[in-house]
Design a protein around this ligand. Structure first.
Ligand code: MN
Length: 357
């Protein structure tokens, strides 16, 4: 089953208000694919009311950087409040799903709007029977961006033109990240062909920044803070990263610190500046590489014992705990620093106790 330009044209012409939906917490492939879809619709009908919508967060630093550097026209539909989302979506008579095929766990849109799904573009393995649209473009390949690049060939758009460079760079990044850098089993010949077809119009300066996270300033700052506020006892290290805006940094810095010679396990902690929320979250992330040291247990027996109400979970070698602790309105930066310092003292004691047991 394939979708052609004529199908999209027909759909656009009979639609009043179009929502291109991405899965929750969209990744580069979803963002780039949604953007390509948007482009096609605007070529067919420049005045058409059309938006690219998503729920959840774009929190991974590379994805945030992608938004900043490439500026895709995407729009967030709010987080927890389903009523608001319903209100917003009630006028959308046409929904196009991109990079996912069904409402559900991974895309928590109001289920009553399933009836407005008119086309689905996806590259994941899905059962075709219970989908809510007849217009389907579903192919098991490495990325949805590949499907979109192919489809764009039928539109009056020159993907070699400089003015499209942000879009082509986004699409390249989508392919690149969804195929895990063209790894075997994750990439298909079609993905490589699609990448090749836009190769000459990729901004490699930007693509390199997205791929190589070391160039990200916030990560460097957090690493610096972690190195300046570290403690180690018998191969277990604890690091205070301070206040950060990117939640994924906890894990990333954990992985980096774990690479140090002689390290059995690490705990990274700090305050996460939650977007749109009243509280700073205290987040602690653990990583271990020693089979006698369980990452979940490590957090459970140290950080989680210092306060009630931590939500936490994890596996043998990676775990995370978090808790809302500080009302943003009640503290300034200096106070935050001193709270973190005090916590650090407490946590060091807990680590020492844990090790001596
Ligand atoms: Mn994808």
């Amino acid at each position: 089953m394939s979708i052609y330009r004529s199908d999209i044209e027909e759909l656009v012409n009979k639609s009043n208000k179009i929502g291109i939906l991405l899965h929750d917490n969209p990744d580069p492939d979803a963002i780039a694919s949604g953007w390509a879809m948007y482009k096609m619709i605007k070529i067919i009908s420049p005045e058409k009311d059309c938006q690219i919508l998503y729920r959840g967060d774009i929190s991974h630093f590379s994805n945030k950087l992608m938004i900043k550097l490439l500026n895709p026209p995407i729009q967030k539909l709010g987080n927890g409040d389903l009523e608001k989302v319903k209100q917003y979506m009630k006028d959308l008579d046409t929904l196009i799903l991109v990079d996912f095929a069904k409402f559900g766990k991974n895309a928590q849109y109001p289920i009553e709007y399933k009836k407005n799904i008119k086309a689905i573009f996806d590259h994941h393995e899905v059962t075709l029977e219970d989908l809510d649209s007849d217009l389907l473009e579903i192919r098991k390949i490495g990325s949805c961006a590949t499907i979109m690049i192919k489809l764009l060939e039928d539109f009056e758009i020159n993907l070699q033109d400089k003015s499209e460079k942000n879009l082509t760079t986004a699409l390249a990044y989508g392919i690149w990240s969804d195929t895990h850098f063209f790894k075997e089993n994750d990439s298909y010949k079609e993905d490589i062909d699609a990448f090749n077809s836009i190769f000459k119009n990729i901004d490699f300066n930007i693509l390199n920044q997205l791929i190589n996270p070391l160039l990200n300033k916030e990560r460097m700052e957090a690493l610096k803070s972690a190195l300046n506020n570290s403690y180690e006892n018998k191969g277990i290290g604890i690091y205070n990263v301070g206040l950060i805006n990117d939640k994924t940094l906890f894990g990333i810095i954990g992985d980096t610190m774990l690479n140090q010679v002689g390290t059995r396990g690490v705990i990274i902690f700090g305050l996460y500046n939650t977007p749109d929320e009243k509280y700073y979250k205290l987040v602690a992330s653990s990583r271990t590489q020693d089979n006698t040291l369980n990452a979940t247990e490590l957090l459970e027996n140290t950080i989680c014992q210092t306060a009630e109400g931590f939500s936490f979970g994890g596996k043998d070698h990676a775990a995370r705990a978090e808790i809302n602790i500080i009302n943003k309105e009640l503290v300034d930066l200096e106070e935050l620093q001193s709270i973190l310092d005090k916590l650090f003292v407490k946590y060091k004691e807990k680590i020492n106790e844990y090790i001596s047991k």
